[in-house]
Design a protein around this ligand. Structure first.
Ligand code: FES
Length: 576
C-alpha cells in the first residue's frame, strides 16, 4: 500500500491484510477489479440519482460514465452507487416530503462505505439539496455535477418554458382561450430532450447555487444536458475529485458563510426560486453555518435581477448558457463589490479567479449591474402578526401594484377545499381580495407542497385579471409567478396565526416595509386560538410520522430536527 494516503478512509477497508481485507476486497473483485486497484488510490463514490421515475435525471447513467472516465484518468477508483431519487412531477404528495429522507440515504451510504470522496449527480429540484445535505453531514470532499437543463421548449414558433407555460396554458384552458388539442400538443413540445426544467425554476436555481457556492465546476449552472460540454464538465469533475480526495479538501472548506452569501446574491441576480431559501438554510445548518431567513434580506438587499429568464423574464436556460451563463452574472456581482471574491471553489481556484474574465455575449439575456433587468429584487422577508417567524415573497415574480395592498381574505382551509370552490361562479371574491390557503406547510400537507401559487378564479380570469395577492404556508414552484406570499411561519397546522384567519378579515401587505399584518384585534385572535384544534398527523406510523414529529418550520430549513449538523466521516466498526 505504498501509495496510500494516511487520511483516506478506504484504506481501513481495502488495505487490510487480514480476514477483513479478504472480505472487503474479494466481493468487489467479482466484476473484474484487479488487485492493483487496491493500492491505496482514492476511492470515489459516484452518487447517482438516475431513475425512470425522475424524468429529469434519466440521462445520468451516461453522465456517470463521464465522471468515471475522469476519475480513472486522474488515478482514482470509481464506485457508483444509487440513492433515493426525487422526481418533482410524479412524487406525491410532494417530493419535498422526501428531501430529508434522501439526504439520510446519502449521508449513511457515504459513511458506511469505503469512500474517500463523492461526486454527486444532481438534477431535478430536490435531488440537489438532498445530496448536498447528506454529504455535508459527512463533511467529505465532494463535487456536485448537475445534469443540466433541457433544450428550450418550442411550440408553434415560440419558446415555451417548463412549468411557467404550464401555469399560463392551464389558465388559458380554464378561461377557454386554448383547446384541449392545443394543450396536448404543447405537452409534447415543452419537454423534448433530456435534462431538468429549463426555466429559472428550482432545478436551474439550485444548479446556479451549486456553482455560486463553489461546490460545482465553473459552467455547472447552464450547460444544456445534451451539450457535449456537459459531459466534459462531468469528466473534469471526475478528475478534480481525485485531487480533492488526495488533499482532503473537505466540503466545510468550500461551504463557508462567505460562500452562502455569494449564493444568496446570485439567487437574487438570477431571479431564482424561493425554494432555494429553504434549501440553503438547511444545507448551511448541516455544515455548521448558522444561516437564517434575515440573511437573505440583508445579503440580497440591493442586488438587482440581471437575468432575463422565465418565470421573471422571457428567455430560457439554453439562451442563458449561450449568453455566458452564471460566470457572466458572478462577474457583474464581483465588479460591483457584491461577491466574496476569495471563496474557494472545488476546482482549486477562488470564485473570482473563475469568473473575473467571464464574457457576456448577449446583454438582452444577462443585463449589466449598472442597467439591470429588474431593480432590488432579492427575496423579501416579511414579518408581522400573520408571520411572526417570517414569510417570503419574490418581488421579481410579483405585480408591482400589489406590493402594497390591503384586501379582504377569502380563506381555503386546505388544497382540497380550494379545488372544490375555486371554479364556483358563486364564490364571493373579486380582484382586490386576498386568497389565503392553510394547512399546506411542512406538517400540514405533509411536506410543504408547491401549491402556494393558487390559480385565480375563472370568473376573474375571464375579466382579464392576471394576478392577485395570495398567502399560504406552502411553497411555490420555482417556475411559477405572481404576487404570492409563501412559507408563512409558523404554519397553520403548527398553530400559527394563519390558522386563525377567517373569511372577511382584512390583511395588509407592504413589501417595502417588509410587513404582513392580519388586521384583527388581538383579543379576537386570542379567542379564535383558544378554540383552535391541531389537525391530526396524516399518518400514525412510518416515515410520514417521523417527518411530522420532527420537521422544522420553513424558516429553519424544514430539515428534521435531529439531522441538523454533521457527524463527520468517521469509519464505523467492522461488520463481522
Ligand atoms: Fe424536474 Fe422541474 S420537474 S426539474
Amino acid at each position: 500500500m505504498k501509495n496510500a494516503k494516511p487520511g483516506l478512509r478506504s484504506i481501513q477497508w481495502f488495505a487490510r491484510e487480514d480476514i477483513y481485507g479478504f472480505l472487503y476486497r474479494s466481493w468487489v473483485k467479482n466484476r473484474g477489479v484487479p488487485q492493483d486497484q487496491f493500492d491505496g488510490r482514492p476511492v470515489i463514490g459516484i452518487c447517482n440519482t438516475w431513475s425512470e421515475l425522475t424524468p429529469c435525471n434519466t440521462h445520468f447513467r451516461v453522465l456517470a460514465e463521464h465522471v468515471r472516465h475522469g476519475i480513472l484518468e486522474a488515478g482514482g477508483f470509481p464506485l457508483e452507487f444509487p440513492v433515493m431519487s426525487l422526481g418533482e412531477t410524479l412524487l406525491r404528495p410532494t417530493a419535498m416530503l422526501y428531501r430529508n429522507l434522501a439526504s439520510m440515504d446519502v449521508e449513511e451510504s457515504i459513511r458506511a462505505n469505503p469512500l474517500d470522496a463523492v461526486v454527486l449527480l444532481v438534477g431535478c429540484d430536490k435531488t440537489t439539496p438532498a445530496l448536498l445535505m447528506g454529504a455535508a453531514s459527512v463533511d467529505c470532499p465532494a463535487i456536485a455535477v448537475s445534469g443540466g437543463p433541457m433544450l428550450s421548449g418550442k411550440y408553434r414558433g415560440t419558446d415555451i418554458g417548463s412549468g411557467t407555460n404550464v401555469w399560463s396554458m392551464s389558465e388559458d384552458l380554464r378561461a377557454g382561450r386554448v383547446s384541449l388539442e392545443e394543450f396536448h400538443e404543447a405537452e409534447s413540445c415543452m419537454h423534448r430532450s433530456h435534462g431538468h426544467c429549463m426555466t429559472m425554476g428550482t432545478a436551474s436555481t439550485m444548479a446556479c447555487m451549486v456553482e455560486a457556492l463553489g461546490v460545482g465546476m465553473p459552467g455547472n449552472a447552464a450547460i444544456p444536458a445534451v451539450d457535449a460540454r456537459r459531459h466534459v464538465l462531468a469528466r473534469m469533475a471526475g478528475r478534480q475529485i481525485v485531487h480533492l480526495a488526495k488533499n482532503q479538501i473537505l466540503l466545510s472548506k468550500i461551504l463557508t458563510r462567505e460562500a452562502f452569501e455569494n449564493a444568496i446574491r446570485a439567487l437574487a441576480a438570477v431571479g431564482g426560486s424561493t425554494n432555494a431559501v429553504i434549501h440553503l438554510i438547511a444545507l448551511a445548518r448541516r455544515i455548521g453555518v448558522p444561516l437564517g431567513l434575515d440573511d437573505f434580506d440583508r445579503a440580497g438587499r440591493g442586488v438587482h435581477t440581471l437575468v432575463n429568464l422565465m418565470p421573471a423574464g422571457k428567455y430560457l436556460m439554453e439562451d442563458f448558457y449561450y449568453a455566458g451563463g452564471l460566470p457572466a452574472v458572478l462577474r457583474e456581482l464581483g465588479d460591483n463589490a457584491l461577491l466574496n471574491r476569495d471563496s474557494l471553489t472545488v476546482n482549486g481556484k477562488t470564485l473570482w479567479e473563475n469568473v473575473k474574465d467571464a464574457p457576456c455575449w448577449n446583454r438582452d439575456v444577462v443585463f449589466p449591474a449598472a442597467k439591470p433587468f429588474k431593480e432590488n429584487t432579492g427575496i423579501a422577508v416579511l414579518r408581522g402578526n400573520l408571520c411572526p417567524d417570517g414569510a417570503i415573497i419574490k418581488p421579481s415574480a410579483a405585480t408591482p401594484a400589489l406590493m402594497r395592498h390591503r384586501g379582504r381574505a377569502v380563506v381555503f382551509e386546505s388544497i382540497e377545499d380550494f379545488h372544490r370552490r375555486i371554479d364556483d361562479p358563486r364564490l364571493d371574491i373579486d380582484e382586490h381580495c386576498v386568497m389565503v390557503l392553510k394547512n399546506c406547510g411542512p406538517k400540514g400537507y405533509p411536506g410543504m407542497a408547491e401549491v402556494g401559487n393558487m390559480p385565480l378564479p375563472p370568473k376573474l380570469l375571464k375579466k382579464g385579471i392576471t394576478d392577485m395577492l395570495r398567502i399560504s404556508d406552502a411553497r411555490m414552484s420555482g417556475t411559477a409567478y405572481g404576487t404570492v406570499v409563501l412559507h408563512v411561519c409558523p404554519e397553520a397546522a403548527a398553530g400559527g396565526t394563519l390558522a386563525l384567519v377567517e373569511n372577511g378579515d382584512e390583511i395588509e401587505l407592504d413589501v417595502e416595509r417588509r410587513k404582513l399584518e392580519l388586521l384583527v384585534p388581538k383579543e379576537i385572535l386570542d379567542k379564535r386560538k383558544a378554540a383552535w384544534k391541531a389537525p391530526h398527523p396524516p399518518l400514525e406510523r412510518g416515515y410520514w410520522k417521523l417527518y411530522h414529529d420532527h420537521v422544522l418550520q420553513a424558516c429553519d430549513g424544514a430539515d428534521l430536527d435531529f439531522l441538523v449538523g454533521k457527524s463527520g466521516a468517521f469509519v464505523p466498526r467492522d461488520n463481522h
